[in-house]
Ligand binder design. Sequence first.
Ligand code: WTA
Length: 635
Amino acid sequence: MSNYHIKHLEEYYQVYRKSIREPENFWEEIAEEHFIWRKKWDKVLEWDFKKPEVKWFQGAKLNITENCIDRHLATRGDKTAILFEPNNPDEAAEHITYLQLSERVNQFANVLKDHGIKKGDRVCIYVPMIPELAIATLACARIGAIHSVVFAGFSSTALSTRINDSDCKMVITSDGSYRGAKTIDLKGIVDEALESCPGVENVLVAKRINSDIDMKQGRDKWLQPLLDAASTKCEAEVMDAEDPLFILYTSGSTGLPKGMVHTTAGYMVYTAYTFKNAFQYKENDVYWCTADIGWITGHSYIVYGPLANGATTVLFEGVPSYPDFGRFWNIIEKHKVNQFYTAPTAIRALAKQGTGLVDIYDLSSLKVLGSVGEPINEEAWHWYNDNVGKKKSPIIDTWWQTETGGIMITPIPYVTPTKPTYATLPFIGIQPVLMDENGEELKGNQVDGRLCIKFPWPSIARTIWGNHERYKETYFSAYKNMYFTGDGALRDEVGYYRITGRVDDVIIVSGHNLGTAPIEDAINEHPAVAESAIVGFPHDIKGSALYGYVTLKDFGETRVHDNLRREINQIITEHIGPIAKLDKIQFSEGLPKTRSGKIMRRILRKISCNEMDNLGDTSTLLNPEVVQSIIDNRL
Ligand code: WTA
């Protein structure tokens, strides 16, 4: 049993060594002792990073919802599974017990079945942070449908791209959503998206803001009456270990977003095991992750990981600034939150408000503070540690990715001594390596390189939906027999890892991954634009913000540049969503290019970061003269 819940550092090293020496035995024991299976596996692991192919627990049969819900009913039926805190603090919080969750998931699953959804079908879920979002994902899992949750802040174009990429038959949405003092017309966005999604047969609409919306006859239905009429019993579909559980899109450096495919058994085992240990969750704790279920953090650590452990997981609809910047602290006090998991960008935004609001609430319930999504800078780390944790709650800086499914490098609280800005040690079963630019492994400590993982773990994404070649190319071709993360990292003198940031064309803005190519494609659709290049530059709150260099077809364009800037951001909002808006847009006569015509983003990146004395050799450029003019006109 001790392997499942690590309690001191020596034990961590012991368990870690075992997990590396005998990975199959190790994961088999965890899987056997802590989950329920319809049938056990024939083989624990089969893998080949060259193909690439990874299979865990082959031959096993299970349903993840039986592990997340049914098995808790005997002992935890009345325990709160999901604690819903609405956007408006005056609206009562809703405690959904495991029993109620079971009934609601089964009703929803029956409604899906009544609408022709069966095992393997894709269902797009475009729902704000209300209980229906978690319930819809679990209902899909109940019947073996593959959910594809799209963050409800994405635009109609981004939504339709994702719906079409995985041929979703159904969309689940709501009339609208609350976001602080604002409401958002989600159904309107869905209607617009569906103009270009011929494969969608049905739209189920949850009522949240009671707005007056159009319902398309034959296609759109209100959800609640269907749920009310449905049975609270629904037999779970028996799934193979390697059957897809969900698709979740993440930005790539080029082209369309990548639909990462996660499968059932390995994902369940790893998210449950990491949840238990990384948060040191104990039976009556109240756990809160502030992410949106539209991102991987919400999938793994609001829904599946916590529920697989029979935990109480808070689902918060609102934003940290509404009705004021004390909202997070207010919720922690109100629900006596024990584990709190958020993003550096939120911490920086809250730190900017000073300590007045954080000091007036009682935060003494907190035991563990988590951080995820981007490197946490030293100042934010200390603010979080001093003012939220009162130097008593360890901060776990958890590094991982949509592709990894679960936490990969993290301190274990009360076990691993923390160090500001360091994600510290690999989690059990994880074998990170640092590589140099020539493909050689950097051995020993005090080295700095590109972060790869050399052995599979249970929740690694198995493919990109419909494009296995791209999966291979993106993650398994840079280094032989390694999974390449796209991140840079260093290992200090004691073997602690610090993530230094992306080494590809992905920019992390407020914790959201944004690929440069889709933004550039959007900008280039503006009739006045000839070409564009996006780079990241440091930003106090967002971590990184976007700097766009744009050349116009007619540089002497008579329209005022400020109007053009607004129009460009408008196009980006329409194509991707407001999160991808540019902070700075500089119009220039040309962009620095190599002789083969490739834009040298490296130079633009340096200029936007004000590192002009460090531009490297520009003489080999096709057009070295533009560099000076870009520098002279920088914003
Ligand atoms: C970055 C989020 C530094 C990293 C779970 C990674 C981090 C990308 C950290 C994945 C961290 C995430 N420290 N960087 N603790 N956590 N990142 O797919 O660049 O949305 O590759 O998954 O976020 O972002 P994603």
